[in-house]
Design a protein around this ligand. Sequence first.
Ligand code: NAP
Length: 267
Amino acid sequence: MQLRAFGATGIDLPVIGLGTWKVFDLPDGEEHVARDVVEAAFAGGCRIVDSSPMYGRAEAVLGRALGGRRDEAFVATKIWTDSSAEARTQLGAQLGFYEGRIELEQIHNLVAWQEHLPWLESEREAGRIRLIGATHYRAAAFDELERVMRTGRIQAIQIPYNPLERECERRILPLAEELGIGVVVMRPLGGEGALMPGPDPRDLGPLGGMTWAQALLAWALADARVHVLIPATSRPEHARENAAAGELPPLEEAERELVARMAEASS
Ligand SMILES: NC(=O)c1ccc[n+]([C@@H]2O[C@H](COP(=O)([O-])OP(=O)(O)OC[C@H]3O[C@@H](n4cnc5c(N)ncnc54)[C@H](OP(=O)(O)O)[C@@H]3O)[C@@H](O)[C@H]2O)c1
């Protein structure tokens, strides 16, 4: 699995991680699904896992699924509330799930970011959080995201990026590069797999040998301003396939354009 420097943080991360939205919100009897997915993803070299208090039971399920792999993992999760009391409750629960530390604590959907930032900075000083980030899933919020980035107080952002959601190319990715901010990509398969199943593998022509999911992941990784993708899956075989995309040689520009055209045609 290729590694990339995560902005100016001094941390190198494997380029493929694992999202948990919907897929890890599992009842007790089905937690084995998350364990199997984590096992397959980590066997393929994934290290960054992403969750949120918004995702139901996913944070707790992820913590249990990591089991003895906690030290290998780079845990990214989020604070999602406009209440400072609830924010503290959310962090307290996360410290329980993830052995007392969070590598990347993100302000989910920019909710109450002005209020949360000073507190998150004090948690970072205390060593419970390593990096602070901010996320949003809609391009309409990118002006505000840009303001947060320009404060110089966050080290990472999480944004959507796939052939049908390219708004971040205009201002967010250039700014992240300029400021040395780490970039995590949500929805690399279009969000809930919206770009799947895509074209017939036999029609992938010059992309030969790749699956369509791998072609989409390679499309995003071809942009060097992006550092980590976090496709979500409930299936170990998909986790293996996605991790293997982190071993592929970079797409040529013509191949990248072909993937974009195919994505548009199949959407
Ligand atoms: N969507 C958002 O608005 C949002 C917002 C904030 C953060 N995030 C974070 O970003 C992560 C990723 O975004 P996302 O979950 O919305 O979308 P995504 O990763 O683009 O798509 C996930 C879907 O793709 C399918 N899939 C995964 N690998 C596949 C493969 N190799 N072949 C075929 N299908 C495959 C999964 O189904 P199977 O289970 O069948 O594999 C799942 O339904 C989230 O889980 C979350 O951690 C998302």
